[in-house]
Unconditional design. Structure first.
Lengths: 178, 99
């Protein structure tokens, strides 16, 4: 290829990628760097919430996946706001994490009652359209169905254990404990 | 619909999920069958964003351990997001040609 041809090709490439990021894929240098970046993480490029194997078929129904995601993050947010109001201090974050894990577990293995409520919620078009569901009443009602007494005891135990470890760690660090 | 976290009031294409096929992951198959697929997905998302009038804005939550890739792609690290299981949120701003 002559220098002039190379220059013309480069010019054509610049014009294309100026309006279309897909054009970057034809830039060898750019693509090489991108592939190097992929190699650094073992090629395991991934994004989005982990649903586990129980929800494998969700990827074939994108609208349902989107609604499930919206419902899950909305419940995560609702339980976080609830715990924030309880002034649990440093235990808040770990309690919220434990609550999120309990919620996902209930999604994976729903009781008939929970399953019915979730399906009804997923079919309610009015709830979806923004990143989070804004109807907090529905979210609170669903949280009440998902998180039972034993779940709150698990959440409390995890948070208490975390706090205990933190206190022991601090005490050892301050050389207060013999 | 998701809004930009970098520019309030601006819409973007939010990527609900990206998963790499097992035969393209180095720790499962060496050498991987294909490379550059994740990069192509992101380029497609940006193109779609331009088509929709969102100026190339794209957002996603990175899987743990892959943050470095999105950093390298020039996405902005907006930080951990508690409501998304502490995944790190990344966002592309307005697309500007590197040329």
């Amino acid at each position: 290829m002559s220098q002039q041809e190379k220059s013309e090709n480069q010019s054509a490439f610049n014009q294309e990628n100026a309006v279309n990021p897909m054009g970057l894929l034809f830039d060898e240098e750019w693509l090489r760097k991108a592939v190097e970046a992929e190699d650094k993480v073992g090629g395991n490029i991934g994004a989005g919430l982990d649903w586990g194997s129980a929800f494998g078929s969700l990827v074939f129904n994108l609208e349902l996946l989107g609604r499930f995601t919206t419902l899950r993050i909305s419940l995560n947010r609702e339980v976080r706001l609830l715990l924030n109001n309880w002034n649990l201090g440093t235990a808040t974050k770990i309690a919220a994490k434990a609550a999120r894990e309990r919620i996902l577990e209930k999604f994976r293995f729903p009781t008939p009652e929970v399953r019915e409520y979730i399906l009804a919620t997923l079919e309610n078009d009015e709830l979806y359209g923004e990143e989070f569901i804004s109807n907090r009443e529905i979210l609170r009602e669903l949280l009440g169905l998902l998180l039972k007494q034993e779940d709150w005891e698990t959440i409390a135990a995890v948070a208490a254990d975390s706090l205990k470890k933190e206190i022991i760690h601090q005490a050892v660090g301050e050389k207060i404990s013999a | 619909m998701h809004g930009s976290r970098l520019e309030e009031g601006k819409r973007l294409v939010y990527v609900d999920g990206i998963a790499t096929a097992p035969w393209n992951r180095a720790y499962i198959q060496r050498p991987p069958k294909l490379k550059g697929v994740g990069t192509a997905f992101l380029a497609f998302a940006r193109t779609r964003s331009l088509e929709l009038g969102y100026e190339g804005r794209v957002g996603l939550h990175s899987l743990p351990g892959v943050e470095e890739f999105y950093d390298n792609q020039g996405m902005i690290d907006v930080g951990e997001d508690e409501d998304y299981d502490d995944l790190v949120y990344f966002e592309y701003g307005v697309f500007r040609s590197p040329g």
